[in-house]
Design a binder for this molecule. Structure first.
Ligand SMILES: Cc1cc2nc3c(=O)[nH]c(=O)nc-3n(C[C@H](O)[C@H](O)[C@H](O)COP(=O)(O)OP(=O)(O)OC[C@H]3O[C@@H](n4cnc5c(N)ncnc54)[C@H](O)[C@@H]3O)c2cc1C
Length: 224
């Protein structure tokens, strides 16, 4: 755990993330122990160090506190969706091709297989996969959240459901989207080369174009 390298690289798939989540989730180490270690390492060097790693630990703490307050309501939309689509427009079940890693999209299938085979995904992979499920395939976030909880070694209803709600926009001011440029920038060059769908990549567009394609009304960027 190097707070400096973490802050500079955490969004990249080959970045210096800690891999601690399963251990924290199952009580092998407490969040306070991790926090104290991080704080010690932050004071070793001569200058100020980014607090990014501490902030991420704080997110976990916040989700846990929120869950204690909300109880089972973490399975309900905490706010209306901001995608312009009614809840009924979203499928209740996860399609089999996503679940089985055979959507035909190299990135999405690699994430799905990694989830199933190893039980761990980088934060960015979780965000990309969740956005694909909810926005491109228009599936209810709850179906994706159940799928993740079935496989993740760190599977935790608070961090998981509230993150899914953040992606879906029922617990954020706008839906989370990504495009191919974002995937290529942070994806360590792993997925696009050789993707069978490269010529018709659904992520190959600007954010404005994707918003218009995926969302309705004001959320699509329409002004009239
Ligand atoms: C859709 C989705 C589902 C998720 N489901 C879970 C889950 O079930 N269980 C889980 O522990 N995390 C979940 N996360 C949060 C995050 O992806 C993981 O905690 C992180 O990727 C674990 O890797 P790491 O230990 O290397 O994290 P690091 O980046 O090294 O961070 C250190 C620790 O901080 C905490 N942390 C980091 N990022 C977040 C975050 N965004 N939200 C809350 N805590 C964070 C974790 O305890 C993590 O172990 C989810 C995120 C998304 C987008």
């Amino acid at each position: 755990m190097d707070p400096v390298r973490y802050a500079a690289s955490r969004n990249h798939l080959d970045g210096a993330v800690s891999g601690l989540s399963p251990y924290i989730r199952h009580g092998v180490v407490t969040l306070a122990q991790v926090r104290d270690t991080v704080q010690r390492r932050m004071t070793r060097g001569p200058g100020p160090v980014s607090e990014k790693l501490l902030q991420e630990l704080a997110w976990r703490d916040y989700w846990q506190r929120l869950r204690r307050r909300l109880g089972d309501r973490i399975w309900d939309n905490l706010e209306p969706l901001k995608t312009g689509h009614p809840e009924e427009a979203y499928a209740r079940e996860l399609p089999a091709d996503i679940r089985e890693g055979r959507s035909g999209l190299a990135c999405i299938d690699a994430f799905a297989r990694q989830l199933i085979d190893t039980g761990w995904l980088h934060n960015h992979e979780r965000m990309w996969l969740a956005a694909y499920v909810v926005h491109w395939r228009r599936v209810r976030w709850q179906a994706g959240a159940r799928w993740f909880l079935r496989h993740l070694l760190d599977g935790d209803p608070a961090s998981n459901n509230l993150s899914w709600q953040w992606v879906a926009s029922s617990f954020s001011s706008k839906p989370y989207l990504f495009n191919r440029a974002n995937l290529e920038r942070f994806g360590a060059g792993r997925h696009c080369p050789g993707c069978p769908a490269a010529a018709a990549c659904p992520f190959e567009a600007s954010y404005e174009v994707l918003q218009g394609r995926l969302f309705a009304g004001e959320a699509s960027g329409e002004t009239t």
